[in-house]
Ligand binder design. Structure first.
Ligand code: FRU
Length: 497
């Protein structure tokens, strides 16, 4: 269809039909990455939530499978997580055939209609066939509602340090931690966050896991915490916290806390379209990566974007790294390395002076809509460095670095259709730059309807969607400082079959 031709991404996951929001229950098992997602299979807007299901061997080609969990008498199936229960602590499987256990929020629309507060409780479901089919546990709910209206999105992690299952869920203005030995009985541990971080809306979809600080042997715990609204550029966005976990409570690292006092929040992505992202469980130790995916939209306009047969895509899967840079802890992200095997180099240049703009014109007819650009600049000084993608129809997407303000920007106000929502392209989005270095590295991932930009090794990321009738076919770079040089640039076409 025309809609598929213009808007269906080449390599970002989209549901075959109708509505999708948050990624849910991701785990890796036996060669397959599983991805579940908030899904309403009957319309292209939000509705009674199901868990849709897809699998991939390489994180980039996805096969959609039958719906994994249907709403029932008890309510809708909201966001949650899944773990491979290797030691069969739950007893749902056997030692040789470990079960996969999912935990999700049961959202009762009847109670909601009646104005009750105990609308949301937590349930579990299990699979004894490696995640292909699921059975709801007959002892649900496993966590009752404590009298909080927004009480949802449980994320389970195996805490090997304290030999327990830990679960974190979002409760309005805070994260709540629980522990379990068998994934069925959960004991409340502690609250975090009422008095710290960004609070412009409701906390949703947390994630919690240990990470080694890159280049050291030191472990910190990272709490990822989505927030809607209240993001740095409006609407939905995901913040993170770095600290320590003693098996019961999470406390901010003193250095992170000092930095947080100055900035109010650190965000995993400063663009408008990366929400409710969480990480995969079950990644083998031999791999060791922290793999993340987010929903590439924003509640401000997700239900109005100009696709009608399906709505929303996921971000490119990303690897997270924890970096300590002086007094700062930064959670950096970059596209997974699997993307690299789809590269076909189109052009490469070195040491180009930006006293005149650098201009690249795509000659392949298809334009720049399945493309990866890697570049680095030197002597950015106090300049404004602007990257532009444009086409002959007059669509322009502008992004780059404003060194004077020490910030990055993405401006989609003139990039195709924007009139479906006032909130979609009110103004350019910005992100802080965490370094004053004159050298800047940039990695850009382009699909038909999205741009994901990773600056300074991914310590500032900006993801935004757009809707064009004809693809960008030009890419240019200019700097207000004639001394700036384009040290190198490589443009790849990304080819998928
Ligand atoms: C986040 C969210 C979750 C909830 C789900 C419902 O986008 O609001 O908190 O579980 O979507 O679809």
């Amino acid at each position: 269809s025309e809609e598929n031709k213009h808007y269906r991404p080449h390599f970002h996951f989209t549901p075959e039909k109708n509505w999708m929001n948050d990624p849910n229950g991701m785990f890796y098992y036996d060669g397959y990455y599983h991805l579940f997602f908030q899904h309403y299979p009957d319309a292209a807007v939000w509705g009674p939530m199901h868990w849709g299901h897809a699998v991939s061997r390489d994180l980039l080609h996805w096969e959609e499978l039958p719906i994994a969990l249907y709403p029932g008498e008890e309510g809708y199936i909201f966001s949650g997580s899944a773990v491979v229960d290797e030691e069969n602590t739950s007893g749902f499987g056997t030692g040789n055939h470990p079960p996969v256990v999912a935990m999700y929020t049961i959202h009762d629309p009847e109670k909601e209609k009646n104005g009750q507060t105990d609308v949301e409780t937590q349930g579990i479901a299990y699979s004894t066939d490696k995640g292909m089919t699921w059975t709801k546990y007959d002892g649900n709910p496993v966590v009752g509602n404590p009298g909080i209206r927004d009480f949802r999105d449980p994320k389970i992690v195996r805490d090997t340090i304290h030999d327990q299952w830990v679960m974190v869920l979002a409760a309005q203005d805070r994260a709540k931690f629980y522990r379990s030995g068998n994934l069925k009985n959960w004991e409340f541990l502690s609250d975090f966050g009422m008095d710290t971080g960004a609070h412009g809306g409701v906390w949703e979809c947390p994630d919690f896991f240990p990470m080694t600080i890159e280049g050291t042997g030191e472990t910190k715990w990272v709490l990822i915490q989505s927030l809607n609204p209240g993001g740095p550029n409006g609407g939905s966005a995901t913040q993170y916290f770095v600290g320590d976990f003693n098996g019961t409570s999470f406390t901010l690292d003193p250095g992170f806390k000092t930095a947080l006092d100055k900035r109010k929040a650190f965000w995993i992505d400063y663009g408008k379209d990366n929400y409710a992202g969480v990480t995969w469980s079950g990644i083998p130790d031999s791999d060791g990566r922290k793999l993340f995916i987010g929903w590439m939209s924003n509640w401000e306009y997700a239900q109005q974007v100009p696709t009608t047969t399906w709505r929303s895509a996921m971000t490119v899967p990303r690897e997270l790294r924890l970096i300590r840079d002086g007094g700062l802890f930064l959670l950096a992200s970059s596209p997974v390395r699997e993307l690299e095997s789809f590269r076909n180099k189109i052009t490469e240049e070195q040491d180009v002076s930006l006293s005149a703009p650098f201009v690249y014109k795509s000659e392949n007819g298809g334009g720049l809509n399945s493309t990866e650009i890697l570049l680095s600049l030197e002597k950015t000084g106090n300049s404004i460095v602007e990257f532009r993608l444009y086409n002959t129809e007059g669509d322009t997407l502008s992004f780059g670095l404003n060194s004077v303000k020490k910030e990055f920007f993405t401006d989609r106000t003139r990039a195709g259709q924007t009139d479906f929502s006032e909130k979609f392209a009110e103004k350019a989005s910005t992100a802080p730059r965490f370094t004053s270095s004159g050298t800047l590295d940039v990695r850009i991932v382009l699909d038909k309807t999205s741009i994901e930009v990773f600056y300074d090794s991914g310590t500032a990321a900006m993801t935004e969607i757009f809707f064009l009738k004809s693809p960008f076919d030009h890419f240019d770079i200019r700097s207000t400082d004639p001394e700036t040089t384009l040290k190198n640039i490589t443009i790849h076409q990304l080819k998928f079959n």
